[in-house]
Design a protein around this ligand. Structure first.
Ligand code: NAP
Length: 264
């Protein structure tokens, strides 16, 4: 598959990794659909793409809604006549432990509530499912060659304090294998699926994190710095062009090596 002339849809395209994925593809001659929640972020990214001579549309949508995932896939096909690459980049974190103990009594003082659990499942897991499902439907019915991309995380290995997030990211890592197994069963030959599992990446998602904890994490990264969103975009670009990459999830972490070989 070639990037030039292809149509690329990116959820979470108004910020962070998604924004850089949009710009990477637009700079190389793809037409892009920027899907996100906040209109001003969408407008900014679409304006940037147009300023660099690219073609873009923006669609405000919530990936947790079936009606809205159908809407942004339809809008993309109506605008550009096809869909070739979908990157399901929209994601959130709501960190916390399952139980918090009272320091004096040792009894449970608090439990992680559904207010922290459910939104993460809804966006990172259900949102990815709906985005890929509706994109695949359009690709199959349109007969266009395609690539579906899930965004997992290195924390698919199991990060303490992220029972909700890690649970979604291990599922996002597994989806490519299951989806391609299904495509083989159904005789769908021209659509691939890959997962990308970034390590700690320089985006607004990390600015909300405890900065001391972040410093400690970076001590375990061989590269000695955060991964840049552009580096992730480049890997996704390579996946588009290299059809041997399929039904798997690739890590891009700068060499994250936890002290004891497991996630802390
Ligand atoms: P980010 O900067 O927060 O960007 C995520 C984007 O997704 C935001 O624009 C956000 O909108 C949007 N979004 C959130 N919920 C949505 C929804 N329901 N419908 C549509 N859009 C929604 O995060 P990022 O760091 O670029 O992360 C992108 C992906 O990479 C996520 O899946 C994340 O889990 C994954 N990842 C990130 C890192 C990292 O270190 N940054 C590492 C591994 C994996 P709002 O601004 O309105 O929330």
């Amino acid at each position: 598959m070639e990037i030039k002339g292809s149509v690329v849809l990116v959820t979470g395209g108004g910020n962070g990794i998604g924004e850089q994925v949009v710009k990477f593809f637009a700079q190389r001659g793809a037409k892009v659909a920027v899907v996100d929640m906040v209109q001003k972020n969408i407008d900014r990214v679409v304006a940037d793409v147009k300023a660099m001579g690219g073609e873009a549309i923006g669609v405000q949508a919530n990936v947790t809604s079936e009606a809205e995932t159908a809407k942004f896939v339809k809008a993309t096909v109506e605008a550009f006549g096809k869909l070739n690459v979908t990157v399901a980049c929209a994601g959130i974190i709501k960190d916390g432990t399952m139980l918090t103990l009272d320091k004096e009594t040792g009894k449970v003082a608090r439990k992680m509530g559904l207010d922290k659990w459910q939104p993460v499942i809804d966006v990172n897991l259900t949102g990815t499912f709906l985005t890929l499902r509706d994109s695949a439907e359009a690709m199959v019915n349109g007969g266009w060659p395609g690539l579906l991309v899930t965004i997992s995380s290195v924390n698919k290995a199991g990060q303490v304090g992220q029972l909700n997030y890690s649970s979604t990211k291990v599922a996002d890592a597994l989806m490519p294998k299951i989806i391609i197994g299904e495509f083989m069963m159904r005789g769908i030959k021209n659509i691939r699926c890959v997962g990308i599992a970034p390590g700690y990446t320089a985006t607004p998602m990390l600015t909300g994190m405890n900065q001391d904890a972040l410093k400690a994490i970076l001590a375990d990264v061989h590269l000695g710095r955060l991964v840049e969103p552009e580096e992730i975009a480049k890997l996704i670009g390579h996946c588009v062009e290299n059809e041997a990459i399929n039904a798997t999830t690739l890590e891009i972490t700068g060499g994250l090596c936890y002290e004891h070989g497991i996630a802390k």
